[in-house]
Design a protein around this ligand. Structure first.
Ligand code: ZN
Length: 291
């Protein structure tokens, strides 16, 4: 049966997160036949049904039988098995919500007939978690050594904030992004310059800070390197804190409240789509060599 690839192009930018991990089938067969003591045939039917958890599929630190590798012909770090014993599991995570309802329903309809190949896992989550997932993905897509990353990060933030706007068009041929006190909200493009309202600009700085922060040096932003106290002072002076009614006992509580403001709070559903095609194929060929 020929399968068409699932299409994620209808989803607004920033609402889909991708994960990938390798799984060693030699390790899995070893666990099922050795530790659990199943005959190869029963192990095979168990393994075919095996559904890894979201944590196993998305964790930055893989544990046996999962592992991550950038190599073309990696070997299993646990049992040294070669590539033909390994399967790649790709997972897409979709944020629930109004902006993704229509494309999600459409996509799920096409996947419903392929439940063995594509597993869908629904998970209750919240906006803050979704925001940090998004931030992790953004960090991986940026090269912080390239000067253009600040504009890229700003564009990604605006795409997430206002998904209906075509930001690729707005950023076409753009030279600089500045704050403009003339704007009480929104943005304005003037020649090679993009002006943001102080509020939007400060939120963009916070995102840049979060993407690039390190313990020794603070974060890097459009206004240069900022430590946490400097960033907070800027937000206070710019009126962001009073406009959003943010008060706090110390700078850490303040920072947390600021993140909640930018990330949004409240419940949110996450939908994980696990591509099991390679897994199923490999389980079959590995079992054939066992039997
Ligand atoms: Zn292994």
């Amino acid at each position: 049966m020929k399968l068409t690839e699932p299409d994620f192009s209808d989803f607004p930018p920033g609402t889909v997160t991708e994960y990938t991990t390798l799984v060693c089938l030699a390790c899995i067969f070893d666990i099922f036949t050795g530790q659990i003591g199943l005959a190869p045939r029963s192990a095979y039917s168990e393994i075919k049904r095996y559904a890894p958890t979201v944590e196993e599929l998305t964790s930055p630190k893989a544990v046996r039988p999962f592992f991550d590798s950038e190599e073309k012909h990696p070997r299993c770090p646990y049992c040294d098995a070669a590539k033909r014993w390994q399967a790649r599991l790709n997972t897409h995570c979709l944020e629930g919500g109004k902006a993704t309802d229509t494309p999600r329903r459409k996509l799920f309809k096409t996947l419903q007939k392929k439940t063995e190949q594509f597993a869908i896992v629904e998970q209750k989550s919240d906006r803050r978690t979704a925001f940090f997932n998004w931030l992790d993905t953004l960090r991986l897509s940026l090269d912080l050594n390239e000067p253009g990353w600040l504009l890229e990060a700003t564009k990604s933030f605006l795409e997430r904030k206002e998904p209906k706007q075509d930001w690729t068009e707005v950023f076409e041929g753009l030279g600089v992004v500045r704050a403009s006190s003339r704007l009480s909200e929104g943005w304005e493009r003037d020649g090679a310059r993009l002006y943001l309202s102080p509020e939007l600009y400060n939120e963009a700085l916070l995102v840049q800070y979060l993407v690039s922060r390190s313990h020794e040096h603070g974060g890097r932003t459009l206004v240069g390197r900022l430590t946490l106290p400097e960033l907070l002072r800027r937000m206070r002076k710019g009126g962001y804190l009073s406009a959003h009614g943010i008060e706090a006992f110390d700078q850490f509580e303040l920072f947390e409240k600021l993140i909640d403001e930018v990330a949004g709070s409240g419940a949110l559903k996450l939908y994980y789509i696990v591509d099991r095609r390679e897994f199923i194929d490999k389980v079959k060929s590995v079992y054939a060599s066992y039997a």
